[in-house]
Structures are given as structure tokens and as C-alpha cells.
Write a protein that binds this ligand. Structure first.
Ligand code: DGY
Length: 325
């Protein structure tokens, strides 16, 4: 049987050895030994029927250049670089990697909450710079996690996992705001639904883990920061453009909030002289929510196996719901 042609637009190290071998075995693989740019992809996709990618724009330009394309599999749970309507018009489906990263991303969010609450990076830096001896302990006050109020904006699978962990581990009181209310989750976990404004006013920790859509773009801006408590700790681990970065910088500079932890940014990567790098109580991470050996292997397995299955006439579990008939 003829093998399907698959274009792998990411470095094989991002796919894992095992899954790269599987791709090689089961498909007619096109692979350039590097991460391919959007322009290169448009120029080279040609007759590929499947595409394995991460962060590439799947838009009209690419789809017009790929007349045989049937499926695009992203090595991520987020699929905001997909133009879903255009993909549907071209008869191309999208696959992602749900579930396998829930624990990993939720764990990193807890690390950010702790890190900012207890000022871990800021105070580590102070020690390295030899300033401990000049500094009374009361200048190092942080905030607890246990028994505090956490507001989660975006109650998807990662939000639920986070709620479960911090309720069990730290007795946190969890509220959430989401496009649709999750009554079953409220009952099971004892979490509380609040309007966005009430959540912002009430929460000591605020975690944004909403996907990027036209509805969520810029949903946390100047007005939203002005509603937050002065001791609020703000975490964004979803997508950068959900938060207005200038408004966040202003809120931190004016001490409107206590601190922030960011794994995502409006435009990634940020440069070393970005205004955020000048603010002390902020932790800046290079989008590592899912970046552990274990998680990336699991994500690669889901992305690669799903693509191979789809190209062989099966309906994989990781077909994005928008593409289900
Ligand atoms: C995802 O899977 O969408 C993550 O942001 C990638 O790290």
C-alpha cells in the first residue's frame, strides 16, 4: 500500500526519537532537519497529505499551496495558528494534543504561584548579588498559598487539573470564570463560578489559562488590572495576547498588584531589554508549560499517531472538535 506523504516542519528533537522513527516507517517523510519557517513551508509543502507542525500559520496561503493536504497535526494543545474556517473550506482537518499536558502545565502554574508569592527569583537574585547582609528579614515578606483565594480564568482541562491540585494540596478556595459554566465541575470540586469582574476583585491569585480566540484577545487590560487587589498575584500560562502587556507593565510599575508570573507573551520570544525584564517581582519563562521530557514524548505520541491514523482512514481521538462532522 502506498504510504501517505507527510511533511515534518519541526526539528526531529521536538518529535522524539521513537515517534520520528514511526513517522519514517509509516509515511513518505519530507524532513529538512530543522524548524521550517512559514515561508519555506508554503514553498515546499507541495504534495504533502499530512503536516506535523508547531506554531506555523495554517491559513489560505499555505492551504492554497497544498492541494493534497488532508490533515495538520500540531505538537500543542493550543491551535490558535489554525484558520479553522479556511481549513474546513479546503477539506483539511486539525489535530492537537489534549489531556497529556494537563498535569505538566498545572504543575508549572503552581510553581509560578509559589515563585511569585514567595518572591523566589527576586530573592535568589538578591542573595547572588551579595545584598543579604544589608537586608532585614521584613523586606523579604511574601504571601502564602495555603488557604488563599485562587481565581481561574479559563476552566478547561488544565484549569480543572489546577483546581484539583491546589484544593487537595493547599486548601485553596477556587473560583473560576469561563465562557460556559461547568456545573459538574462545580459540584465535584466545590469550585465557585464568578463573573470576570467579581473574580478579579476577590482573588488573591489570578491564573489566566484561556485559549486565544477573537473573544479572549486582550480580555485582561487596564480596566481589569484596576479591579484587582493590591496583593494580587497574576499568572498567565495560556496565550500572551489574552493579556494587554502594556497594561500589565503599568499595573506592576504602579504597584497596583503584588507581582506576576508569565510563561507566555504577546510576541515570543521577548528581548532581554523588554520592559518586563526591568520589573523585580515578576517571573518570566520561555513558554515551558509543557516542556518536560515526559510530557513532550506523550504529546509527540498523540500528534504523530493521530496523524498516521487519520491518513489511514481512522478517526483519531485527538481530532479537534471543530472538525468533527
Ligand atoms: C500548548 O500545547 O499549546 C502549549 O502552549 C505548548 O507549550
Amino acid at each position: 500500500m502506498k504510504k501517505p506523504v507527510v511533511f515534518c516542519a519541526v526539528n526531529k528533537l521536538a518529535v522524539s526519537e521513537e515517534m520520528f522513527s514511526l513517522l519514517n516507517e509509516k509515511t513518505e517523510l519530507i524532513y529538512l532537519d530543522k524548524k521550517v519557517s512559514n515561508n519555506e513551508l508554503v514553498d515546499m509543502i507541495g504534495d504533502a497529505e499530512g503536516l506535523l507542525m508547531l506554531g506555523h500559520r495554517i491559513d489560505k496561503r499555505l492551504l492554497d499551496a497544498a492541494p493534497k493536504l488532508k490533515a495538520v497535526s500540531t505538537l500543542s494543545v493550543g491551535f490558535d495558528s489554525f484558520d479553522i474556517e479556511e481549513m474546513k473550506r479546503h477539506g483539511v482537518v486539525g489535530l492537537n494534543t489534549p489531556d497529556v499536558l494537563n498535569d505538566t502545565v498545572a504543575d508549572l502554574i503552581v510553581a509560578l504561584m509559589f515563585g511569585v508569592g514567595r518572591r523566589i527569583c527576586e530573592l535568589d537574585n538578591m542573595v547572588r548579588q551579595g545584598q543579604w547582609k544589608n537586608r532585614p528579614f521584613y523586606m523579604n515578606f511574601g504571601h502564602e498559598l495555603s488557604h488563599k483565594k485562587l481565581g481561574i480564568i479559563g476552566m478547561g482541562r488544565i484549569g480543572e487539573t489546577l483546581a484539583r491540585k491546589v484544593i487537595a494540596g493547599f486548601n485553596m478556595k477556587v473560583s473560576y470564570f469561563n465562557r460556559t459554566r461547568k456545573k459538574a465541575v462545580e459540584e465535584e470540586l466545590g469550585v465557585n463560578y464568578l463573573t470576570k469582574d467579581d473574580l478579579l476583585k476577590d482573588s488573591e491569585y489570578i491564573v489566566v489559562i484561556a485559549p486565544l480566540t477573537e473573544e479572549t484577545r486582550g480580555m485582561i487590560g487596564k480596566r481589569e488590572f484596576s479591579l484587582m487587589r493590591n496583593d494580587a498575584i497574576f499568572i498567565n500560562a495560556g496565550r500572551g495576547p489574552v493579556v494587554d502587556e502594556n497594561a500589565l507593565i503599568e499595573a506592576l510599575q504602579n504597584k497596583q498588584i503584588f507581582g506576576a508570573g508569565l510563561d507566555v507573551f504577546e510576541k515570543e520570544p521577548i528581548s532581554e531589554d523588554h520592559p518586563l525584564t526591568k520589573i523585580p517581582n515578576i517571573i518570566l519563562l520561555p513558554h515551558i508549560g509543557s516542556i518536560t521530557v515526559e510530557c513532550r514524548e506523550a504529546m509527540a505520541r498523540v500528534a504523530v499517531q493521530g496523524l498516521i491514523d487519520y491518513l489511514n482512514g481512522k478517526t483519531p481521538a485527538n481530532l479537534i472538535p471543530f472538525f468533527k462532522e
